[in-house]
Write a protein that binds this ligand. Sequence first.
Ligand SMILES: Cc1ncc(COP(=O)(O)O)c(C=O)c1O
Length: 457
Amino acid sequence: MSLQRLDQAAIHALREKEDAAFARTHPRSHALQERGRASMPNGVPMTWMTGLYEHPTIFPDTGVGAYFEDVDGHRYLDMNQVDIAGFLGFAPEPVTRAISDRAARGASFLLPTEDAIAATQSLAERVGLPFWQFTGAASSSNAEIIRLARVYTGRDLVLMFEGKYHGDVVDVLGRVDGDGPAPDTPGLSSNAARGEVTIPFNDLSALEAALAAGDIACVLSEPMLTNFNLIFPDEDFWPKAQAMIREAGSLLALDEAHTHSFAYGGLTNLWGLKPDLVTLGKGLGTGVPFAAYGMTEQLARVFEANSRPPSPIEDGSAAIVTGGTTFASALVLAAARAALEECLTAEGYARVDLLGIRLAEGLEAIFARRGLDWCAPLIGGRCGWVLGPEFPRNTEESAATMDIFFSNTRRVFMANRGIWEALDTAGPACSFAHSEADVDLYLEVSEEFVALTTTPS
Ligand SMILES: Cc1ncc(COP(=O)(O)O)c(C=O)c1O
């Protein structure tokens, strides 16, 4: 009953005050959004820019390292990392240098550049899968992975876990429940959801039952769930799940769009997992829009056999639909290579690990000083506020230890004090650009917030 320690009256009163202060102190952002409404729905170029936050949007101007500034002159310590797409910090020097140089010599050719070889070999070495492709976003990587898995297995269905988010792709935006196919959002064909099976995370019996019919092409999952706070796998989950998936003739596709930021080579490498396919995304934290996916040699051969022949119209053969005219551009490959070789080093990740420990221990100390039995799960530099004594094992347990109004009040409270808090279903994270002093600043404001919003024991 840990949520009962939230002082809801105090939280609501504080929220009103903080929302008013936020609106008052961001007149330029407000004016820009109003101007933008003439040419963009909601005044923004991409709907998430308003939908992800309960407070009005702001317009940033400059970002360097762990901080960015908005057009109203406010400076923020970024604990959100652009929802992982900025985990190297803003304007990482090696990436900025590589893309400036590349842009000056031609950004895109629809042809491979030599950087592709260095980047894919680095990915192979760290993730453990030998063959790679680049795409425009993790969504596209997942779409291509699913097609490849279907061609390889000759099966149709994709199995995912509750709490999933695998992108803006028809194949992953639904589920089949008791009433039949159920698309997650409006605008999707109900037939699309027919191909998707969703079960609770960490539930090996449900997995066994779902695999029994032999119609699952691939199990698509994050190694741990990151879009519903942090949900770790039980110790025996992946070893047993991997064996069951293999036994059933299905493929394991791990979506490391987020979790690649938690460890060198992602959790696939850290936990010694053996997937057939791995999605990476979010521009590897560079701020440049691209993604990638890795595959086994067997899958690469199937991919080659089903690739677009030089003259598909003449010989009439079909190929798996993959790619895009701006995917794997020279610019993207230069950014990927610079990030992999100069930023995403084992030492870099080890430094972030230490910051993560400081953050999680600091939060748990704050909870303890207030007599709260809450905890802070930690992986790499990413942490979570769990308003209960135990880490959740599935989305039901996670929902019971979250209060979205509390999270969003914390977000606006922190924004008014120069901290850009994580999204409401995520948790604060240290980027490669953070320092110990940055973590301490976050903790200082967190303690102030906890004192104002919980009842003392
Ligand atoms: C685990 C996971 N996979 C895929 C995606 C899709 O990434 P993108 O929106 O960059 O395509 C997301 C987005 O948040 C994600 O969290």
